[in-house]
Design a protein around this ligand. Sequence first.
Ligand SMILES: [Zn+2]
Length: 352
Amino acid sequence: MGRLAAGVAVAFLAVVIVIAAGTAEVIGAVFGGGGGGAGCAATVTTPGASPAGLTAEQAANASVIVAVGERMRVPVRGWVIAVATALQESSLVNLGNLGAGNDHDSLGLFQQRPSQGWGTPAQIMSPDYAAGKFYEHLLAVPGWQSLPLTVAAQRVQRSAYPDAYAKHEARASVIVAAFTGGTLPACDGAALSPAGWTRPVTGDEVGSGFRTADRPGHDGVDLIVGRGTVIRAASSGVVVRVRCNVAGNSWDAPFHAAMPCDTDGWPGRGGCGWYVEVRHAGDIVSRYCHMVRQPLVKVGQSVTGGQPIGYVGTSGNSSGPHLHYEIHTGYPATEGNAINPVPFMISKGVHL
Ligand SMILES: [Zn+2]
């Protein structure tokens, strides 16, 4: 670090990033409280002036980090973590090799090391690539959204100075807010009912119902929401299953492995795709199917009501992005103990 950014003229990108409704749900999930529904929609623009006292070069690098986060459908919390990490590692300056003063073979905005598998020097010196690798690793950290920033950043960076990230959190929030209309998006993701339950997704319409005449074997309800929408634990409990299930086969979730559930399914494909089960008080089990990628939680993990557990997708037997949601009145969950989630949730003070 320490290289001056002065005098480097980087044209400020007049990028306008329109966040689709589905992504807005993701954002809303991260910054809960207040508002709701329509308030979750956001249009992200590059600010006219450099935010938070950044130079043009730093601001241009921040804009790349934000744009890559949006493109990868990373929740906005992740953008803040990425910007804070880059502030610590490089002061948001795309550092080349500093010679004798260099820290090992660290390069670029996030000081990633070719020798540690982050990419070639040329790749790492691309801010777009570097940000993408950062998010890739961040998304693989179980439950990263509920971790303190410094812990989440440290899991990615494995820095010798993990506590150094925290001091950048406030400034990183200001920087990201400059790219999201001046404030961080705030909307209501997860108000718990007095019974301690919440809708697993917000903004949904109920599609196929429970065991209808034309789908008697449909043991849950389909909640139609956009790809990437955060899925929340409907109530507190313990994760009892995280699995990929397609075409009659099931795999427990390993990390960092390609799985057949990572690609979109289709009607007739068979299976729940990426799914999670949570065991609640009274041996109620909730099940969440067709996630877009490996869920955020692990078997044995305790979750709170409203805690993000994964993202909506269309893996397995599915014709388009939605959450297939089941409630079971016993553990383990079986076909025999599945009940209609709609009246069950009403009994818990929640309308799907
Ligand atoms: Zn379904």
